[in-house]
Design a binder for this molecule. Structure first.
Ligand code: COA
Length: 157
């Protein structure tokens, strides 16, 4: 049977529920991750966070969650991005990131920022290859864990 893969913005209740299940499959090693997921779902419902997802047949296989930066109102922060490991290397990450960049451009944002564990060279290289640059390295979540902050300025700003 032919697989149907679609990438889009998450708005309806059923997709938000599927997104939560997908997020909870792999605790990211961030403090209080489960309560963060529950709060994120509420914020997506309210429109304070924007979520993009990839669904194959009826299964969610990737997500990207954006939120307006609290300090810089013209920046969007990537709060979570993950592709199901079984589906990596099929350009799903590239497609979902392009969609998020399109959303940023259409809505007048100037910059997208994100942070990645500094030990995760594969993901850092993924972002660098897609036009992001390193802004800083900081300890954001745990005292023993450095995070690499990456950014990309949106075309036309
Ligand atoms: C980083 C990540 C989002 C990339 O998603 P993806 O769908 O695999 O991305 P793509 O297929 O578009 O590109 C992956 C790159 O790795 C290559 N690749 C090939 N086989 C691969 C495999 N088995 N696994 C991963 N990457 C592979 C692709 O060809 C591509 O190369 P390029 O950068 O030279 O173009 C995904 O690996 C992931 O979820 N990582 C873990 C979660 C994480 O750390 N998130 C970041 C927090 S912000």
């Amino acid at each position: 049977m032919r697989r149907i893969t679609r990438v889009g913005i998450v708005t309806d209740r059923d997709d938000i529920r599927k997104l939560c299940e997908f997020l909870l499959l792999k605790p990211e090693g961030y403090p209080n991750y489960e309560s963060w997921v529950r709060k994120a779902a509420d914020e997506i419902r309210l429109g304070h966070k924007k979520a993009f997802a990839c669904v194959r047949n009826d299964e969610m296989i990737a997500d990207l969650i954006l939120q307006r930066d609290k300090k810089d109102r013209l920046s969007l922060e990537i709060k979570n991005m993950r592709v199901d490991p079984r589906c990596e290397g099929n350009r799903i990450g590239s497609r979902i990131l392009k969609l998020a960049e399109g959303f940023a451009a259409e809505n007048g944002f100037r910059r997208i920022v994100g942070d990645i564990h500094s030990s995760d060279r594969k993901t850092i290289n993924f972002f660098l290859k897609r036009g992001f640059s390193v802004l800083a390295e900081e300890k954001l979540y745990r005292k023993e864990q450095m995070e690499t902050i990456v950014f990309k300025d949106i075309q036309g700003h």
